[in-house]
Unconditional design. Structure first.
Lengths: 377, 377
DNA sequence: ATGAAAGCGCTAACAT
DNA sequence: ATGTTAGCGCTTTCAT
C-alpha cells in the first residue's frame, strides 16, 4: 500500500524521518498485555469490572506503546465526539475572544476538542442549527454566545442529542450564563444621576436586529426605568444607535453633539462604543468627565488606558462557566443514556429558570474612572 | 459471513425513536437511488466513473433524504479528518483573535472543521506537538501562530501526514506568512530620525523567552541597524522590556521616564505596549507627540482612538493567507498520496524560501497620527 | 459504469 | 473479571 522504500535510499540518512509513523491500535495493546480488546477498552476508560492488576498492566503497556485511541473509531462506535463547538457572532473583538479563550481553556482541560464557528447573521445561525452538516455527529455540545436559537431549533438540538448552553440570553430548558442587563442600565443611570446629570443620553442598540439581540433592549429598560424613577425622561433624540462598535459609537456621539441641546452625560452600552464616543469628544475639543460624562459597559482591557468609567462584567467567567455547565450537561446525558432512557427529563416551558437549567448570573461592579464627573453648572 | 439476520428482529426496533431524529445513512440513499453504496460514495464526492444520470439521481435522493455523511465514519475509512487546528499563544488579544477569525472564515468556507488550541508556553507546545493525543488522527493541518516547532517536531509532523503552516516565523520546508520584521524596526527608526529625534528608546522583547519568539529580535535588528546608519547608537538603558502587553508597556515607559536623561522618542514593538506607554505619559502629565514621541506596530483597532502613530501590518491577511496555504498543502498531499508519492518534494535547508514552501510577506505601512512629532528643541 | 465485500479501530452486548 | 463478536457508516480495492 505504501511505497515507503521507494525513497528510502535517496531521501535522507534516516529512513525513519521519511517513513510514516506506525500507530498502535487497541489490538496491539491487547496482544501485548495478553488480554482482549474489550478489556483494554474498559481498562483504559476507567470502566468497572477490571481487575486492578489487569488495569495497571494494560495502562502501562498502552503508555509504553504510546497508544492513543483513534477518535474517529470511538466516535463511530460510541456515537460521542468529545468535541464542543462554540458559535459567536464575531471571533475577533474583545468580548467574544475573551469568552472563547476561557471556554477553550475549560474544554481542553476536560479533554474535549474545541471548535469555533462564526455566526454573523441569521443565515449563518440557521445554517448552523438547521443543516445536518455542522453539528450532526460532529459535536456533543454547543455554546451559543449572543445568538438566540428559536424554540424549534433548541428542541431539535435536544432530539439530536446535542447539549446546548447559551451566553447572553436564556433558552428555556438549557443552562445559560448572563448578567442582569437591566441592572446594568440601572447602575449606569444611578451613577450619572448621582453626579447631578439630568440630560442623559444613551448609545446602544443595533440599526436592524435580525439576530434578536436582546442585551441592548434589557439594558435600555433598566436605564429608562431608573431615569423615570428619578423624575427624568429618555428623550427620543437622546437615543443613538452605536451598533456596539467603535465607529458606531463615534457616529452616535457625533449625532448627539449635533443636537441643539446636547446631553451632559451619555450611557454607552459597551466600552467599544464609549471609546468611539471619546474619540468624537476629542475631535470637538471636549473633555470627558468635565464637559460631558461617559459611562461604558464591560471594563474592556482598554478602559483603563483611556480612564473610562464603566460597569464591569466578568467576561472571562462567562466562557468558563458556560463551558462547565455544558460539560456537566453532556456527562449527565452520557450517564442517562446508559442508565435509563431519560424518561424523566423535564420538558418545562416556564418563563424563568427551571430546575436543572441553571441560569448563572455574573457579578457587576461600577468602576469609576475619569470619564464621568459632576454635571456642568 | 455476516449473520445479519441473527438480530434482524430484536435489534432495529426503535426504542426511543419518539425523541431521536433518525439520520439517513449511505445505505438509505443507495437503496432509494437503486444503486450500491459504492456508487453513492463516488457520486457524492465527485469522483469519476459515474454516469451523469446516475450522479444526478443520487444527488437528488441524497438531498431529499437530507443525507449528510457521518464524519466519523469517513474519517475512519479514509483517514482524513477535514479539520484544521490553529495553535496560538493566546486566544484573546487583538492580534491573535484577528488572525484566528480570518483563518476560521477561510477554513469554514472550504468545508473544514476549525479547532483552536491555546499554546501558552513550551510545555503546551511540546504537548501539542509531541503527544499522540492532540493532533494524531484529529486534524489534517496545523497553523502555528508565533509558535516555533523544533526541526524534529516539524519533521515528525510531516511523517504523521499533518500539514503545517506557520505565521510569524518560518519553518524550513513549510509555508509561512510573516512580515519583514527588520523593515518594521527600520521604518519606525527612520520616521523618528526624520522628525529630528536622536535619543530614541525601544520597548519590546520578553523577559525570558522560552518560546524563542523571534519577532522582537528581528525588529530590534532593523531598528538598531538604522540607528547606527544615522550615526546614532542604541543605548543599553534605552532598551526596555514590555512583554507585548499594555501593562508591560506602561512599566517599560515608567523606567524610561525615570532615567536621568530620558529619550525623546520611543519605538514600541506593538501597539499594545504603545498604549501602555501612552498611559504612563499621561500619568506624568506629558503629551505624546509633543513631549515624547511614540510609534507602535500593528495598527490595532484602538490605535485610531488614541491617535497612535504606528506601522500597520495586515493582520487579518495573515490568518487568511496561512489558511489558504495550508489548504493548498493538504489538497496537494491528498492528490500526492493517491497519485504519485510526492517524489519531488524538496527537503531543502536553505536559509530563505525554497521552491514549494512559499513564505508570504505582508505589506507594511507607516500610519502617521499624533503621537509622533518633531523632537523638542 | 457499477457492485460486492473487506476493512478502518473502536464500543457494547452477550456469553463465559 | 474477561473474552467474543457484531456492528458503527463509510471508503476502497477488486470484480464485473
Amino acid at each position: 500500500m505504501n511505497a515507503d522504500d521507494t525513497f528510502a535510499s535517496g531521501r535522507t540518512g534516516h529512513r525513519h524521518a521519511s517513513m510514516l509513523e506506525r500507530r498502535a491500535t487497541i489490538e496491539d495493546v491487547a496482544s501485548a498485555a495478553k488480554v482482549s480488546v474489550a478489556t483494554v477498552s474498559r481498562a483504559l476508560r476507567g470502566l468497572p469490572n477490571v481487575a486492578v492488576s489487569t488495569r495497571q498492566r494494560v495502562m502501562s503497556v498502552a503508555t509504553s506503546l504510546n497508544y492513543e485511541p483513534d477518535p474517529a473509531a470511538s466516535r463511530l462506535a460510541a456515537g460521542k465526539t468529545k468535541t464542543v463547538t462554540v458559535g459567536v457572532p464575531l471571533i475577533s473583538g474583545w468580548y467574544f475572544s475573551t469568552v472563547v479563550a476561557s471556554a477553550e481553556a475549560v474544554c481542553n482541560g476536560a479533554g474535549y476538542d474545541f471548535q469555533v464557528i462564526c455566526v454573523s447573521g441569521p443565515a449563518d445561525r440557521d445554517r448552523l442549527l438547521d443543516d445536518r452538516h455542522h453539528l450532526e455527529r460532529r459535536t456533543d455540545g454547543l455554546i451559543l454566545v449572543d445568538v438566540e436559537p428559536s424554540a424549534e431549533q433548541a428542541a431539535r438540538l435536544r432530539s439530536r442529542r446535542i447539549a446546548l448552553t447559551t451566553i447572553g440570553n436564556a433558552v428555556d430548558g438549557h443552562p445559560s450564563v448572563m448578567i442582569d442587563d437591566e441592572l446594568v442600565g440601572e447602575m449606569a443611570c444611578e451613577h450619572l444621576v448621582e453626579l447631578g446629570h439630568r440630560r442623559i443620553a444613551m448609545i446602544g442598540g443595533l440599526h436592524d436586529d435580525p439576530m434578536n439581540f436582546t442585551v441592548p433592549k434589557r439594558r435600555r429598560q433598566g436605564f429608562e426605568r431608573t431615569l423615570v424613577r428619578h423624575g427624568l425622561a429618555l428623550l427620543p433624540e437622546f437615543v443613538a444607535v452605536g451598533n456596539f462598535g467603535i465607529q458606531g459609537g463615534r457616529e452616535a456621539m457625533a449625532e448627539l453633539l449635533d443636537l441643539a441641546d446636547p446631553p451632559t452625560a451619555v450611557f454607552a452600552m459597551s466600552d467599544d462604543m464609549a471609546f468611539g464616543a471619546l474619540m468624537e469628544l476629542d475631535r470637538h475639543g471636549l473633555v470627558a468627565g468635565r464637559d460631558i460624562s461617559i459611562v461604558g459597559v464591560d471594563d474592556h482591557e482598554f478602559a483603563q488606558v483611556v480612564n473610562l468609567t464603566t460597569i464591569r462584567q466578568p467576561v472571562a467567567d462567562h466562557g468558563a462557566v458556560a463551558a462547565q455547565l455544558l460539560i456537566s450537561e453532556m456527562e449527565a446525558a452520557a450517564v442517562g443514556a446508559t442508565g435509563r432512557p431519560l424518561t424523566g427529563t423535564p420538558t418545562r416551558s416556564q418563563t424563568g429558570e427551571s430546575a436543572g437549567t441553571p441560569a448563572v448570573r455574573g457579578q457587576l461592579a461600577l468602576v469609576v474612572r475619569s470619564t464621568t464627573g459632576p454635571a456642568p453648572v
